[in-house]
Design a binder for this molecule. Structure first.
Ligand SMILES: Nc1ncnc2c1ncn2[C@@H]1O[C@H](COP(=O)(O)OP(=O)(O)O)[C@@H](O)[C@H]1O
Ligand code: SF4
Ligand SMILES: [Mg+2]
Length: 499
């Protein structure tokens, strides 16, 4: 019988990583996303080890660890506190005996399991994408040694934790009184691995653009971390950077806008538009700058001879290529693409999507790809996160999300995706009403006024994001019981008869 490790973590990304390491090392895993679940499951299911994510070291979080260590039914279970705090709260150091892990590196996980003396049924080699070099970030809690480490695998380029943007609503003379907040982004967490595309989808007004802008620090977030592995600055938390660090970082993160008409200055030539970032950042001037612009234009499929023309001479698709060339000028690691094809004709959309994919392969780019349209993200994204009124409601690998959606909002968005095979065409699901106002969201599940599966609990209790399958997270009270309709893969579609 394999031994069981319980992972108590609210953050789905942390839970996913720990779960993956444990499973690939031959352990069984259990996941609990609240303190109550941790305590209940530990009592009932008696795992051999509990890993507890103490995110901010709050009293409630510490209380769970202490209860585990004082209850007669759970005190024998070894406990590992995962925390990226520099120092653990005193309460834990004094009262809890266990281990403290400050990074989610595979090597640290293996080390700590060895020190505790657990023997998995079968030990696998290092999982894909996990750092395999040894670090020494596991410490016995009572040693109380501050540990330096990081919280992600080597391949994670961007890790967003608990991101919030609450815009103040001001009233009164000179807008001096705050009367409320628009919670445009409210506790959003996700990660993007290097060279990968994360699609971020949802109807207009769900907070996608605000999320993208927070990553680029166009706004200072109300709360949350945005960890980025910058090739020059190392691993940095974007909201804490000073001005000069931010200036460096911005060379490395670029934005492609929705509207290729208004985002290009009509009074600048292509040479000026594409060359400006090179000139401003003193990367190139004179003939070197011209050569680089010519190269960039070629890369995006435009003729270098066009360099002295103005944007009005070009079609929508060509203008978007100019925007892409400008974004590529400084050789960035991450590009936030905010609805980059939404203003274009369908035929041109495919060309720009293909271009973005080719460039990704050629230059190892990483994309956060924002769209209101699921069919646009389908082919370009490795994983998709669905956003509704400031929150992520579902998050899964693209195929899994399309074939096996678990949130009613995702199902409704998918029902509008055009299906190539007429035999599997279904009627779009009509969602009554509009996206809720993030200044006055409904009670309970924000989606309940529009949800055809709602039950009484939905109006009262807010669901939380929970893992329901490896790498698949969903925030719905009924996720386990609902059989929702996705978009069947084109091969399988021939076999299926829907209505
Ligand atoms: N600067 C701002 N001040 C106040 N509210 C804002 C601001 N920017 C966006 N919002 C509000 O935040 C919500 C999310 O907007 P946005 O991020 O643009 O969504 P999306 O890109 O998904 O359409 C909307 O209700 C919008 O009105
Ligand atoms: S929690 Fe309830 S209202 Fe919300 S999506 Fe699930 S079933 Fe619908
Ligand atoms: Mg937007």
């Amino acid at each position: 019988m394999p031994q069981t490790i319980m992972i108590g973590a609210k953050d789905p990304n942390i839970a996913y990583l720990l779960q993956r390491y444990a499973e690939e090392s031959g352990f069984q895993t259990l996941h609990a996303s609240s303190g109550k679940e941790v305590l209940d499951q530990a009592r009932r299911l008696q795992p051999q080890l509990i890993i507890l994510d103490i995110e901010h070291g709050s009293q409630a979080e510490c209380q769970v660890a202490r209860q585990l260590k004082t209850s007669s039914t759970t005190r024998h279970i070894p406990i590992v506190i995962y925390s990226y705090l520099d120092e653990l709260p005193d309460a834990l150091r004094v009262d809890v005996d266990g281990w403290w892990l400050k990074s989610v590196m595979y090597a640290d996980f293996v080390e700590i399991v060895k020190r505790i003396g657990l023997n998995p049924a079968a030990r696998a080699s290092s999982p894909r994408g996990a750092g395999n070099h040894r670090t020494t970030t596991a410490r016995h809690i009572r040693e109380g040694v501050p540990v330096i480490g990081n919280t992600q695998t080597d391949k994670t380029l961007l890790q967003v934790n608990g991101l919030k943007m609450h815009f103040a609503i001001k009233r009164g003379f000179l807008a001096s009184r705050t009367v409320g907040y628009v919670k445009a982004v409210d506790d959003v967490s996700f990660f993007i691995r290097e060279g990968e595309t994360l699609g971020l989808v949802g109807e207009s007004g769900c907070g996608k653009t605000t999320t993208g802008r927070l990553v680029l620090r166009a706004y200072n977030p109300t709360a949350g971390d945005v960890w980025f592995r910058d090739r020059k600055l190392g691993r940095v938390n974007i909201p804490t950077l000073d001005k000069s660090q931010l200036a460096q970082l911005r060379q490395n993160m670029q934005l492609i806008f929705q509207d290729p008409y208004s985002s290009l200055n009509p009074r600048m030539t292509l040479l000026e538009i594409v060359g400006e970032p090179l000139y401003v950042n003193k990367v190139a001037q004179g003939s070197a700058l011209k050569d680089r612009v010519a190269e960039l234009l070629r890369v995006v499929g435009l003729r270098p001879e066009y360099m002295s023309r103005y944007p009005h001479a070009f079609s929508g698709g060509q203008r978007q290529r100019i925007g892409v060339a400008r974004a590529l000028a400084l050789n960035p690691q991450l590009i936030v693409c905010d609805e980059p094809v939404s203003a274009l004709d369908v035929s041109v959309q495919a060309q720009i999507l293909n271009l973005l994919q080719e460039l990704q392969e050629k230059f190892g780019l990483t994309y956060l790809f924002i769209s209101h349209d699921l069919s646009v993200v389908e082919h370009i994204s490795n994983r998709v996160a669905v956003m509704y009124v400031g929150k992520l409601v579902e998050h899964a690998p693209t195929d899994e999300l399309f074939i096996n959606p678990k949130h009613p909002y995702t199902e409704a968005l998918l029902s509008a995706v055009p299906k190539p095979d007429p035999r599997v065409r279904t009627e779009p699901i009509v969602m009554p009403g509009e996206v809720a106002d993030p200044a006055h969201p409904p009670s309970g599940c924000y989606f309940h006024p529009r949800c055809r599966y709602r039950v009484e609990q939905c109006e009262q209790e807010e669901p939380t994001l929970k893992q329901i399958a490896p790498d698949h997270f969903v925030s719905c009270h009924r996720a386990h019981e609902l059989q929702l309709t996705g978009v069947v893969g084109s091969e399988d579609a021939k076999e299926v008869d829907i209505g």
